[in-house]
Design a binder for this molecule. Structure first.
Ligand code: GLP
Length: 265
């Protein structure tokens, strides 16, 4: 995988935005629709702001884009402000000009979440491959909501969150851990691997261990992020703090300095 190690989160955001914008422009040039995979969480927020800036100041158009979310809480009523569908609309897609009907996610409010997970997997398959999937990583190495121990071949399904993830995410629920749902529907690791290009962004020292385990550790379900090692096109964008535990950091910087212009993202 390509490890892009940059001094600041702002520089990371520009690279993520470049990768997404490149796919959007490529799809438009080819006359085809674009399936964009979006992650929630704080990691991609600066990149989303950069995409919004490009839309407003440079006329980058997202017309025709279909967006698919990675995951969703089970049990929050539709439209709940912390449901991931509501979050992504608020943080990105409304201002990008995407019709809410073009923003898809698992139906966490369904009375039958197991079926809702199967339905979402089918919907993803029918939409065609995700051209570019934006990812964050949890401090424990989770991707989407695939907690450690998740099958590396998993499909979209209902999962139970670790207590640590609920504690981490309580900040979005007024610091009330009890308000964080216990269950989620998440794309599986095998589902995520179907995307054509995976772009993971991680910033801050809190992610350093997870990033090192994902990039340089063994391929193991104990670190779901390590599944990226199986994918042919991964761009892992990290700031110096998140990359501080990478043993080959010097080499990654060397590669980046000597990247050929035609290599792109
Ligand atoms: C969450 C999300 C993931 C996200 C991760 C990291 O709980 N389900 O999609 O990548 O945790 O979150 P953050 O970017 O806020 O650190």
């Amino acid at each position: 995988m390509e490890v892009v190690l940059l001094p600041t989160p702002e520089e990371c955001a520009r690279v993520v935005a470049d990768a997404v914008a490149g796919s959007v422009l490529g799809a438009l040039a080819g006359g085809g629709p674009l399936v964009l995979g979006l992650a929630t969480g704080s990691s991609p927020l600066l990149a989303y702001r950069e995409l919004l800036r490009r839309r407003h100041q440079e006329g980058l158009s997202f017309t025709g884009v279909q967006a698919f979310l990675l995951d969703e809480y089970v049990g929050l009523p539709a439209g709940h402000p912390e449901s991931y569908r509501a979050v992504i609309r608020r943080e990105l897609t409304d201002e990008l000009g995407l019709d809410p009907a073009a923003v898809h996610g698992p139906d966490g409010a369904s009375g039958d979440p197991l079926q809702a997970a199967l339905d979402y997997e089918a919907q993803l398959l029918a939409a065609g491959p995700v051209a570019v999937q934006v990812l964050g990583i949890g401090a424990n190495g989770h991707l989407g909501f695939n907690e450690p121990g998740s099958s590396l071949a998993s499909r979209t399904r209902v999962k139970t969150l670790t207590e640590q993830t609920r504690i981490d995410n309580a900040r979005f629920f007024g610091d009330d851990v009890d308000a964080v749902p216990r269950h989620v529907i998440t794309q599986g690791l095998g589902t995520i691997l179907r995307a054509e290009h995976l772009v993971l962004v991680a910033t801050g020292v809190g992610k350093a261990e997870a990033v090192a385990a994902a990039v340089e550790g063994p391929l193991t379900a104990s670190c779901p992020g390590s599944v990226l090692q199986l994918h042919p096109h991964v761009t892992l964008v990290v700031d110096d703090a998140a990359g501080s535990r990478l043993a080959r950091a010097t080499h990654y910087r060397y590669v980046l300095r000597h990247k050929l212009a035609e290599q792109g993202w």
